[in-house]
Ligand binder design. Structure first.
Ligand code: NAP
Length: 224
């Protein structure tokens, strides 16, 4: 299997590269030019295409011939980075390729997620301040996911809980809706978020799903 990892130099991205190599996949990574050195540990084992992830020419080249594309969707900046990245992947990946995107719980697919008032306030205040200082645009990440959900491609959008570093605890468990009791612990190891993304490539049951994930060893996962 040949996979492209868009946003490979970030924390989540590097974990995904490692999991993909562990499975024997051929890996093509896309990251900003200035971040290429963050992938030095994989030198000789992966192909790197430097460039902005919302540069359509960069994505077109990177996803060519790939069976799967793993995309880290980030809301940074106010120049449609997230939606531009998602659109390029949707447009240029092979029609039968497995596409797996990352985001957080704040994204809702069908409006049936139940959020705590605190969560909603944090998202609202962070979103407003981030946009005001032109640091990030959460609305653009929402737009990116809207386009993915409307796409006929073989997509999965993995919605991460709060994240922490540490050794793997195993494949996270998931639910269709935030607010379900199994997700109550709201914590996942970042390496396991990456594991879930890579495993999703070969799990057809996750096609056209937006799983919200939580650590399989969290108290809510064990209880439910
Ligand atoms: N952090 C959390 O608690 C959390 C919780 C739930 C879900 N998530 C989701 O997890 C994913 C990644 O989260 P993460 O915290 O693990 O971060 P990460 O893996 O470090 O990812 C950050 C990514 O953003 C890129 N980036 C940083 N600044 C940028 C800029 N100004 N312009 C363009 N790209 C920029 C980085 O590229 P460079 O290497 O080039 O800097 C890297 O690819 C996202 O989809 C996020 O929605 C995160």
């Amino acid at each position: 299997m040949k996979v492209c990892i868009v946003g490979a130099s970030g924390k989540l991205g590097r974990y995904m590269v490692q999991h993909a190599l562990d499975r024997g996949y051929e890996v093509v990574g896309v990251c900003r030019e200035r971040s290429v050195e963050k992938l030095d540990q994989f030198k000789g084992h992966i192909t790197i295409i430097p460039g902005a992830t919302n540069d359509r020419a960069v994505i077109k080249k990177a996803v060519e011939g790939c069976d799967g594309v793993l995309t880290v969707l980030v809301p940074w900046g106010v120049h449609q980075y997230s939606s531009g990245t998602a659109q390029a992947v949707l447009d240029y990946a092979r029609p039968d390729a497995r596409l797996v995107f990352s985001c957080g719980w704040h994204i809702t697919r069908d409006g049936r997620d139940i959020y705590s008032p605190t969560f909603l306030w944090v998202v609202r205040i962070f979103g407003w301040i981030a946009r005001f200082v032109r640091f990030a645009d959460l609305e653009d990440q929402v737009e990116a996911c809207r386009r993915i959900f409307a796409s006929p491609t073989r997509w999965t959008v993995v919605r991460g809980s709060d994240l922490e570093e540490g050794e793997s605890q195993g494949l996270p468990v998931w639910s269709q809706h935030v607010g379900d009791p199994i997700l109550e612990s709201n914590i996942t190891r970042r390496t396991d978020f990456a594991l879930f993304m890579v495993e999703a490539l070969e799990n057809d049951q996750l096609v056209h799903e937006a799983p919200a994930i939580v650590s399989c060893q969290s108290s809510s996962a064990i209880a439910h």
